[in-house]
Design a protein around this ligand. Structure first.
Ligand code: FES
Length: 122
């Protein structure tokens, strides 16, 4: 039911952990299942240098968190804000329809972390 890419990112998630003195932190929860995702950012000259995540959630949530970290690293803040939930799911070659809501956490947590970064600089 899961694509090879989903299984790969679930079994071998990239960028797990947290960043000390992160420039931005975002946390979102999924009200229906209670899962939580937290994303940490390191930003230099408006470029996302590093992203780490901690996800207390299902396999699809872990795979999408892992994928979103890979997609965000190296992007400018504005480019990363344009990363959509659909783009993350697509990069994983799709998710089963029942699991699409899980993938919504990833880009949302990234956007929250960017918002937090922008607020801390304001
Ligand atoms: Fe909760 Fe997937 S079941 S995020």
């Amino acid at each position: 039911m899961y694509t090879d890419k989903v299984m790969d990112h679930f079994s071998n998630p990239r960028n797990v952990g947290e960043i000390e003195n992160a420039d931005g932190v975002g946390e979102v929860g999924n009200a229906s299942c209670g899962d939580i995702m937290k994303i940490y950012l390191k930003v230099e000259n408006n470029i996302i240098k590093d992203v780490k995540f901690k996800t207390f959630g299902c396999g699809a949530a872990i795979a999408t968190s892992s994928m979103v970290t890979e997609m965000a690293i190296g992007k400018t803040i504005d480019e990363a804000l344009e990363l959509t939930n659909a783009a993350v799911a697509e990069a994983l070659d799709g998710l089963p329809p029942a699991k699409i809501h899980c993938s919504n956490l990833a880009a949302d947590a990234l956007h929250e972390a960017i918002k937090n970064y922008k607020e801390s600089k304001a």
